[in-house]
Design a protein around this ligand. Structure first.
Ligand SMILES: Nc1ncnc2c1ncn2[C@@H]1O[C@H](COP(=O)(O)OP(=O)(O)O)[C@@H](O)[C@H]1O
Ligand SMILES: [Mg+2]
Length: 416
């Protein structure tokens, strides 16, 4: 990420007060200083940039310029390379627009300005500025994004998410990100005995600020290879977001890490179905209960209908021989596929992990639970390598004892 030290992120030179009044709030929204919105046009920009460092993004008003193209060339001479320039004017002329783009301008906005047009243009400019240029762009790195979805609260989805993240980062030395989307009650940081900080909350409040630098600053480090974004958002007000931040974060993770793990509470699927847009694998965590079987069916069918690109994997946790509500065979029959990995219940190991403030695999390296978690980890890598092929879809044929599908069909009809 190139970010030369003494350059401002943004500056504008605008001729009239009306345009400045529209611009300033947008600039503040993007986290920049409103003082950088200067009164004056292209000529003032050329003057001040000839004696100072160029900003990353420069907005210039051409309204008072008699010969915009010529003046833009003068600007180019004093601007440092890499500056992204947005021009503003009152001449609605396609030829001028094209010529300006040809001379290296990134965008041309017509007056009167609107906040939404400014916002879009500035966001696009940020992306252009952050994009790797020319030779420095390295080959596309391999990246696997996995969402861990608990079919019920308490099945151990977060335990699995933190342990997988730990295993990939500490044992496999892979650069790993853990995104804890249990925004109000997340345990991603707590499990590792860390403070969640404000990173995720800031990201949700200001999705347009999310870039490589933002995630570097906002994520908390759990070890050399593991960065976490988690929150304990205030519980006295609902989450105000359209979910854009969740996508933007995952997009940035793809560039910065090899593994992304998203701890994804099931209600997030309902509210923000597009959080899975960039996800490759969904680990559906269940336990051997009737309710969990029903919800495993529902989540799997949701995935099939709404996220066909995601390869599902079913992991049963807290499995106890003999005492389960439902036997493994019945469970598999009702969900019409095999359980990919079964992880036993181990109260003692859970309590050791909690006491040490460590993830389950870190605290109990040689336990059977850790063995199961590592099996999930290898399967994820295996699936990641065969991306595009169909995930192991097994089961089928057998009739379900509980006939949960029938139950669901009836319920769906009643709901409709
Ligand atoms: N295999 C296991 N054996 C014993 N306890 C477990 C196991 N997996 C998870 N737990 C415990 O279950 C509780 C709930 O786990 P958590 O991961 O927070 O569930 P979820 O995120 O699905 O709500 C935690 O106290 C955790 O330590
Ligand atoms: Mg959880």
């Amino acid at each position: 990420m190139s970010m030369p030290g003494n350059r401002d992120p943004f500056a504008a030179y605008i001729c009239d007060e009306t345009a400045l009044d529209v611009l300033r709030p947008v600039v503040i929204e993007l986290g920049w200083q409103p003082e950088k919105c200067n009164k004056g046009g292209l000529r003032n920009a050329v003057q001040s940039l000839s004696v100072s460092a160029s900003p990353n993004i420069l907005m210039v008003d051409l309204s008072e310029s008699g010969d915009p193209l010529n003046d833009i060339n003068a600007l180019a001479e004093v601007c440092e390379p890499g500056t992204v320039v947005i021009a503003i004017g009152q001449v609605n002329d396609v030829r001028l627009y094209r010529d300006l783009l040809g001379s290296g301008i990134n965008d041309y906005l017509l007056k009167p300005l609107s906040a939404s047009v400014l916002r879009d243009s500035l966001n696009a400019a940020q992306q252009v500025f952050a994009a790797p240029r020319g030779v420095e762009s390295d080959a596309v790195k391999r990246h696997i994004s996995t969402a861990i979805i608990g079919t019920r609260g308490g099945v151990g989805a977060s335990t699995l998410a933190t342990s997988l993240a730990w295993h990939y980062s500490a044992d496999k030395k892979m650069p790993t990100a853990l995104l804890d989307l249990d925004v109000h009650f997340g345990t991603g940081a707590l499990t590792l005995d860390l403070e969640p900080g404000r990173g995720l909350t800031d990201a949700i409040d200001n999705p347009s600020r999310i870039d490589g630098l933002f995630i570097e600053r906002a994520m908390i480090r759990a070890n050399d290879n593991l960065a976490i974004l988690s929150a304990e958002a205030p519980i006295n007000s609902p989450l105000m977001t359209d979910g854009a931040a969740f996508l933007q974060l995952q997009e940035e993770f793809r560039h910065a890490f090899e593994m992304t793990l998203v701890d994804l509470p099931r209600n997030m699927l309902i509210n923000f179905p597009h959080v899975l847009n960039d996800v490759n694998i969904a680990v559906v965590v269940c336990e051997m209960t009737l309710a969990s079987a029903r919800d495993t069916i529902r989540v799997l069918s949701w995935l099939k209908a709404n996220a066909g690109h995601v390869t599902p994997m079913v992991v049963a946790n807290k499995v106890q021989a003999g005492t389960a509500e439902i036997s493994k065979a019945d469970f598999e029959a009702s969900i019409e596929r095999k359980i990919d990995v079964s992880i036993p219940l181990d109260q003692k190991a859970a309590s050791i992990a909690a006491k040490l403030g460590k993830t389950f695999v870190d605290a109990n390296g040689s336990s059977k639970v850790s063995g199961g978690i590592k099996q999930v980890a290898s399967k994820i890598i295996g699936l990641g390598d065969t991306e595009g092929e169909d995930g192991a879809e097994a089961g089928g044929g057998k009739k379900s004892l509980f006939d949960l599908k029938g139950l669901m069909a009836k319920k769906d009809k009643a709901d409709a």
